[in-house]
Design a protein around this ligand. Structure first.
Ligand code: DX5
Ligand code: ZN
Length: 253
């Protein structure tokens, strides 16, 4: 696993929506691998963000892969509109109401549209809920915050689900990726890497005042990778060389 590194997907949820072109250029310069677009409908989660038209705007702004994360109550109704925006993947929540057959049908419609299909799993949801759909999945998104807002604390108890998701995706053909989403930054990257994240979604940590986003991207990638290779770092911060400015929490007040 020499060249392997976890990918960094930047969530733009806490970015300045008034200057999206500036945000995208900043993230490209910071070296992120993907953009993570959080769509919320005010029903599935108590927040509202944006729809397919903004995804299409991001498509016009960048060639970075786009991962759409649907936190909406009725994803099936909107898949065609989101497919038109040409993201690279579309994920929705396994918790949405409806039958397993409807969930499978929605996943199939994403794949029929030529996009990667994913299921997101909230922290309280057992990972077993995605088991019936493994052959239809290109990614499993393990949430380490309650969906709905950026800037929340990482829920470490949800992290072990990634190892299960990773082994199941391996059994089902081995191409699928595990995304970890919520509260990932330099202080939690080692936990994310240790439990097997292939893609780390990083949001608010990239938009801290006075904080260099490229630094955060580099730190999260390296800390996650090392923890994956060598196990969790010692409590004494033996990765000090990667942590020049000290833990995140001590600097953001
Ligand atoms: C939360 C979203 C996450 C969030 C990540 O509902 O799905 O993608 O924006 O942002 P941070 O890294 O700030 O938790
Ligand atoms: Zn998300």
């Amino acid at each position: 696993m020499t060249g392997w590194r976890p990918l960094i997907a930047a969530s733009i949820l806490t970015a300045d929506f008034g200057h999206l072109d500036r945000v995208v250029r900043k993230l490209e310069r910071a070296g992120v691998d993907r953009l993570h677009l959080d769509v919320m409908d005010g029903h599935f989660v108590p927040n509202i963000t944006f729809g397919p038209d903004l995804v299409a705007a991001f498509r016009r702004l960048t060639t970075l892969p786009l991962d759409v994360h649907l936190m909406i109550a009725h994803p099936r109704r909107y898949i065609a509109r989101f497919l038109e925006a040409e993201p690279d993947t579309i994920s929705f929540h396994v918790e949405v109401e409806g039958s397993d057959e409807l969930t499978a049908e929605t996943l199939r419609s994403i794949r029929m549209g030529g996009r990667g299909a994913g299921l997101a799993v909230s922290p309280q949801t057992p990972i077993e809920r995605v088991r019936p759909f493994l052959t239809l999945l290109d990614l499993i998104m393990v949430m380490t915050v309650e969906p709905g807002f950026g800037g929340q604390r990482f829920i470490a108890e949800a992290a072990p689900k990634m190892t299960v998701a990773s082994s199941w995706l391996g059994e089902a053909g081995g191409q699928g990726q595990v995304h970890v989403d919520g509260g990932v930054n330099r202080d939690t990257a080692a936990v994310a890497g240790h439990w097997g994240a292939d893609v780390c979604v990083v949001g608010s940590a990239l938009f801290q005042r006075g904080q260099d986003a490229a630094d955060e991207v580099r730190l999260v990638r390296e800390l996650a990778w090392r923890a994956r290779q060598e196990g969790m770092p010692a409590a004494n911060g033996s990765l000090q060389d990667l942590h020049p400015a000290g833990p995140m929490s001590s600097r953001t007040g």
